[in-house]
Write a protein that binds this ligand. Sequence first.
Ligand SMILES: O=C(O)CCC(=O)C(=O)O
Ligand SMILES: [Fe+2]
Length: 380
Amino acid sequence: MDFEPPFQGTCKTLLQNPTHYHDKPSDVDECELPVIDLNNLNFGHTEREKIVSEVAQAASQWGFFQVVNHGVSQEVVNNMQYEQKRLFRQPFPKKVENNLLNLSANSYRWGNPEATCLKQFSWSEAFHISTTEIPTMRTEHKSLRSTIEAFVKTVSGLARSLAEILAQPLGIKPVYFEENCPARTSYLRLNRYAPCPFSSQVYGLISHTDTDFLTIVYQDQVGGLEIYKDGRWLGVKPNPEALIVNIGDFFEALSNGIYKSIKHRVVTSQKVERFSVAYFYCPSYDVVIKSCGKPALYRQFTLREYKQQTQIDVQEIGYRSLAPKTKNAIVAGGLSAFVFGVYFYTMRAVGGTDELQVAINKFEEEKGQKEAEASMPSKA
Ligand SMILES: O=C(O)CCC(=O)C(=O)O
Ligand SMILES: [Fe+2]
């Protein structure tokens, strides 16, 4: 099929070398992410506070959650799926030429041709579309552009509302996002995961965290997204009515580690192709991200510095690290968890010393995991 990128060739070369063989663990348990109903968001103070509490709790315990009654209509989502499918059916040589949609260089990506072993290879293709590029996108089918416009219009509003909700328990002013995340800095990624004959050995998308404040994903009903929680991988059960939200690295740093930017990946299927759309809510390049708690667990940084550091880290240490932590990381983690525990205590009458101890244990465990899993390179 001339629309398929040359995945096979690349993978066969990697498979021929036994030292590059990577045994992918099979059969993970499925989980249902916390589902948060946004319907009552504008129905008064008490209703809103309940949603704030649910969102903050999911962001700190899971780093991932689902939202329903999110305001993105089923029609927009269906159109998006239809147009996306059509776009990826364009011949591969046309997709690699960036003038198919008149996007900037490197907007269309597939696999990672530089991979030296299977665990670095992603059996998928994607279009990265900066929101600034949408008005000038060339498309013979105007419906693709108008569909993307409609999707971004509602999803960007949703991203901002969620960021403001997440900011509230941290004491961060809601205008923070209006001031630091102008519409032009976010982007959309259209993903396609092709059926993969080596599905037991190759991921659709290798393990990574997202470089943004938060990501909103619409996935089709095929499944394949997995998240790393409490030391194991869990499959995310698709929910046709929900959008998936995950915390990115910048919210983890801004929240001083309270919200978790957790690793996730996509597994491949032998027979079925899968589509997803991800909206990445990002700050401007030079906004300084400072942890809101004291002592700060993360040194301050900008997106520009973060991207530069990422490249250096991947070259030098083989993986991406979220800004180095201070020496007092564990104590500070406990303190932040305590402050947050108090918030939940007042909001939901839970918390206390057990919760604090659990939070500290979890923090220590995750710190250990991050260090132990230092060998997995991540995509930016
Ligand atoms: O396809 C998915 O479900 C997740 C995509 C993702 O993690 C990403 O694009 O960063
Ligand atoms: Fe991601």
